[in-house]
Design a protein around this ligand. Structure first.
Ligand code: PEP
Ligand code: MN
Length: 270
């Protein structure tokens, strides 16, 4: 078997992934921002324009949503993907969106610039193999109870299919804490950087579940050595169709970018 393809032992240099000209894993910190779920075309275009103006590099938003309650809004499906595409046409921002099911990989890959695999699917091995064959970079979120080793092996499933463009995302894990939705495990960032050559992104929105904690933990994440942030943001957070309590508004996103840039500079990043 030997060393894993994603292992730092196999490749010393950092993997830099070029997504329509946006490089992730290099010197610059990449900001991926957008609503939790897509709920309309004009809305997502408005959000994308506003976020781009404040410094976003990529647009996120779910069209297929993994909801805890089966009666909650499940996402717009292909209509949502079309909305995202319209927002990309308008702004040029590459789009990151989740795929939940092997049967939808081909469809989602037609629209997405990066395929997101969510925390609940980190060990859905059939899905990992399928996204490994889809010809698009993958943003893999850490399972909410996954160890470092399990996370790395999940990434290896994708790489084993010949797709080395995997971005790892820490999004918080389950602990005894109740004051945050999850516990953002920032020690994972240096651990992943030591063990793998892949870009690492941190999601302080799901990581904390608390709007006012997003900026401080975003800064902390960048200080810990990550390559980018994934942020839930909306022009009117209270109108978010899901995860509104952790969604920041456009001004707050602007503050985040400004403050993170200072942190980035102080740790030798762009
Ligand atoms: C999301 O990014 O909207 C999402 C559902 O994230 P996670 O899989 O980390 O819960
Ligand atoms: Mn969400």
């Amino acid at each position: 078997m030997g060393e894993l393809k994603v292992s730092r032992k196999r490749k010393k240099k950092n993997t830099i992934i070029d997504v329509n000209g946006v490089k992730i894993g290099g010197k610059n910190i990449v900001f991926i921002a957008g609503p939790c779920a897509i709920s309309g075309k004009e809305e997502i275009i408005g959000i994308a324009k506003a976020l781009k103006e404040k410094g976003a590099d990529m647009l996120r938003g779910g069209a297929f949503k993994p909801r805890t309650n089966p009666y909650s809004f499940q996402g717009m499906g292909e209509e949502g993907l079309k909305c995202l595409k319209a927002a990309r046409d308008e702004t040029g921002l590459p789009i990151v969106t989740e795929v939940m099911d092997t049967k939808d990989v081909e469809l989602v890959a037609k629209y997405a610039d990066i395929l997101q695999v969510g925390t609940r699917n980190m060990q859905n091995f059939s899905l990992l193999k399928e996204v490994g064959k889809a010809g698009k970079p993958v943003l893999l979120k850490r399972g909410m109870s996954a160890t470092l080793d399990e996370f790395i092996n999940a990434a290896e499933y994708i790489a084993a299919e010949g797709n080395n463009d995997v971005i790892l995302c820490e999004r918080g894990i389950r602990t005894f804490n109740t004051y945050t939705r999850n516990t953002l495990d920032l020690s994972l960032v240096p651990a992943l950087k030591e063990k793998t050559h892949l870009p690492v992104v941190v999601d302080p929105s799901h990581g904390t579940g608390v709007r006012s904690f997003v900026v401080p933990m975003g800064k902390a994440a960048v200080a810990s050595g990550c390559d980018g942030l994934m942020i839930e943001a909306h022009v009117d957070p209270e109108k978010s169709i899901s995860d509104k309590d952790q969604t920041i508004d456009i001004d707050e996103f602007g503050r985040l970018v400004e403050e993170v840039r200072k942190v980035a500079k102080s740790v030798g990043r762009g």
